[in-house]
Design a protein around this ligand. Structure first.
Ligand SMILES: *[C@@H]1O[C@H](CO)[C@@H](O)[C@H](O)[C@H]1NC(C)=O
Ligand SMILES: *[C@@H]1O[C@H](CO)[C@@H](O)[C@H](O)[C@H]1NC(C)=O
Ligand SMILES: *[C@@H]1O[C@H](CO)[C@@H](O)[C@H](O)[C@H]1NC(C)=O
Length: 422
C-alpha cells in the first residue's frame, strides 16, 4: 500500500490533517493539490481566528473537541489562546442548554449566567450589558490563529514527505475516470495525474467536482475586522470569545500584536449560483479561479448584522469602520455532521468534507478520524454518522440547516448583482 499514489485535493484542515496522519500510517506517496499554497487565502481554514470549544450538544463532537484541546495545548500551543468562551441567548435555546449539560456530564466546569451583567465579575472589560440574556461561561474555551496553525500543519506534512502541487498546475479541473472508477485528476493546464486513491477535501468547492447536492451545500458567512489602537487592544485583551445564539454573531478578543478584533456570524448564510466546470451542473459555491477574499464585499444586510453585533458587544467601537471584510464559506450538511466516506458508487474516490462550520477546532485530531474511516477501522457509529448518503430520488431541496447551533435569518440566495461583487 505504501507506494500507491494518493492524491488529496484541498489543502485545508481536512486535507492536511489527513495527509499528515496517513504518513504516520506508512503511506509514502501522498500529494496534496490546491489552487494556492496553504494557508489558502480564500479557503475556510484561514485568517486570524477560529473558536476552539468543546461546547457541543452532540457528545461525540464534544469528546473529539476535548481530545483536540490536548493537541492545541501542546503541539499547536503557539497558536492557541485559552481566553474563555461565553454562550448566550435572549430566549431559551435548546442547543445551548444541551451543550451545557454535555460539558457537565464530561466533568467540565461552567459558570451559569442568568444575567449577562454577571459576566463583568469574571471579565471586567466586557462592555455588553443586556439584562436577561441567559447562558454560560466555559473557562476552558478560546480561539486559535487559523492561518498560523495551518502553516505549521502544512510544514509538518512537508517534513513527513508529503508533496504539494499548488497554483495552476495544482488546480483540479475534474476527476479522471475509467468507467466508474476514479483513477486520478485532470488539471486545468490540460495535464493529468494518476492515483490509486483520490481524497476529496475541497470543502465548499466540493460540488464543483462531484454531485454532492443531496449531502452538502455551500453557504457564505460574513466576517468583519476592526483595527484597534494599542490602548483599545489592551483594554479588551481579557475579554472572552462571545456568541449570541439569537443572532449567531460572535466575537474574538483582539489579536495580540496586530490588535485586530474580528466578528462573524454562525448563521444560515448566503447562497450563490455558478456552473461547475467539471460537471456542467449549477451549484452553489465560491469561485474557483478568483479569490473571494480579495474583494472585501459583503451584502448590505450581512454588514448591518455584524455592525449591530459590534453595537451590542463592543458599544464603544460601534462607529469604527471595518478594516477588512470577507465571506467565509461553510460546507453545510443536513445535520451538521461531516461527510467522511468512500464514495458509494465511484471506487477510488474518498470524500472528507462537510465541515458545516465547525471543523477547524479538530485540526489536531481530525486526520486520525478521517484515516480510520479511510482504512475502514472507524467504529460503526462514526461510519454511519459520516456516511455519504446516496441521492434520494425526488427529494427536492434538502434542508442543510445543520445541528441547531445557528442563529439569525434564514439562508438567502444572493442576487446576480450581489454575486458579481463577491
Ligand atoms: C507515486 O505514484 C506515482 C503514480 O503511480 C508514481 O509515478 C511514482 O513513482 C510514485 N512515487 C513513489 C515515490 O513511489
Ligand atoms: C443578542 O441578540 C438579540 C437579538 O438581536 C438582542 O436582542 C440581544 O440584545 C443580543 N444580546 C447581546 C448581549 O448582545
Ligand atoms: C430547515 O430546518 C430548520 C430546523 O429544523 C427550520 O427551522 C427551517 O425552517 C427549515 N428551512 C426550510 C427552508 O425548510
Amino acid at each position: 500500500m505504501g507506494a500507491d499514489a494518493i492524491l488529496i485535493i484541498g489543502a485545508g484542515v481536512f486535507g492536511l490533517s489527513t495527509a499528515l496522519e496517513l504518513t504516520k500510517r506508512g503511506y509514502r506517496n501522498i500529494t496534496v493539490l490546491d489552487r494556492h499554497v496553504p494557508p489558502v487565502v480564500d479557503g475556510s481554514s484561514v485568517d486570524i481566528s477560529r473558536i476552539i470549544r468543546a461546547d457541543y450538544a452532540d457528545p461525540i463532537y464534544a469528546q473529539m473537541a476535548l481530545e483536540a484541546q490536548e493537541g492545541w495545548s501542546t503541539t499547536y500551543s503557539d497558536f492557541y489562546h485559552k481566553s474563555g468562551f461565553v454562550l448566550f441567548s435572549d430566549k431559551s435555546n435548546a442547543y445551548l442548554q444541551k451543550s451545557k449539560e454535555t460539558i457537565l456530564e464530561k466533568g467540565g466546569y461552567v459558570d451559569e449566567l442568568s444575567d449577562l451583567s454577571q459576566l463583568r465579575r469574571l471579565y471586567p472589560a466586557v462592555e455588553a450589558n443586556v439584562p436577561g440574556a441567559q447562558g454560560y461561561h466555559n473557562p476552558s474555551g478560546g480561539w486559535a490563529d487559523a492561518a498560523g496553525s495551518i502553516g505549521l500543519l502544512a510544514s509538518q506534512c512537508s517534513s513527513a514527505g508529503v508533496s504539494f502541487i499548488t497554483g495552476r498546475r495544482g488546480t483540479v479541473h475534474s476527476l479522471r475516470r475509467s468507467g466508474n472508477k476514479v483513477v486520478g485528476v485532470n488539471l486545468v493546464d490540460g495535464t493529468h495525474l494518476p492515483a490509486s486513491q483520490v481524497i476529496l477535501a475541497t470543502g465548499a468547492w466540493s460540488n464543483r467536482l462531484i454531485d454532492l447536492s443531496q449531502a452538502a451545500a455551500s453557504s457564505g458567512q460574513p466576517v468583519g475586522f476592526l483595527q484597534l489602537t494599542p490602548e483599545e487592544a489592551k483594554k479588551f485583551a481579557n475579554v472572552p470569545v462571545m456568541i449570541n445564539f439569537s443572532t449567531g454573531v460572535f466575537s474574538f478578543p483582539p489579536t495580540p500584536g496586530s490588535n485586530i478584533l474580528k466578528l462573524a456570524r454562525h448563521g444560515y448564510g448566503y447562497a450563490t449560483e455558478a456552473k461547475s466546470e467539471a460537471t456542467g451542473r449549477t451549484i452553489s459555491g465560491p469561485r474557483r479561479d478568483a479569490s473571494n477574499a480579495a474583494s472585501g464585499y459583503l451584502p448590505d444586510d450581512a454588514d448591518q448584522a455584524l455592525r449591530e453585533g459590534v453595537k451590542q458587544l463592543f458599544p464603544s467601537l460601534q462607529d469604527r469602520p471595518w478594516s477588512n471584510r470577507r465571506m467565509c464559506w461553510y460546507t453545510d450538511t443536513p445535520t451538521g455532521d461531516f461527510i467522511i466516506d468512500h464514495h458509494p458508487t465511484l471506487p477510488g474516490l474518498f470524500v472528507a468534507t462537510g465541515g458545516a462550520g465547525h471543523g477547524f477546532k479538530f485540526l489536531p485530531v481530525l486526520g486520525k478520524y478521517v484515516a480510520d474511516c479511510f482504512e475502514n477501522k472507524a467504529p460503526r457509529e462514526l461510519r454511519e454518522k459520516w456516511r455519504l448518503k446516496a441521492p434520494t430520488d425526488g427529494a427536492g431541496t434538502v434542508n442543510m440547516s445543520g445541528d441547531g447551533s445557528r442563529g439569525g435569518p434564514p439562508l438567502r440566495k444572493l442576487s446576480v448583482l450581489e454575486q458579481s461583487k463577491l
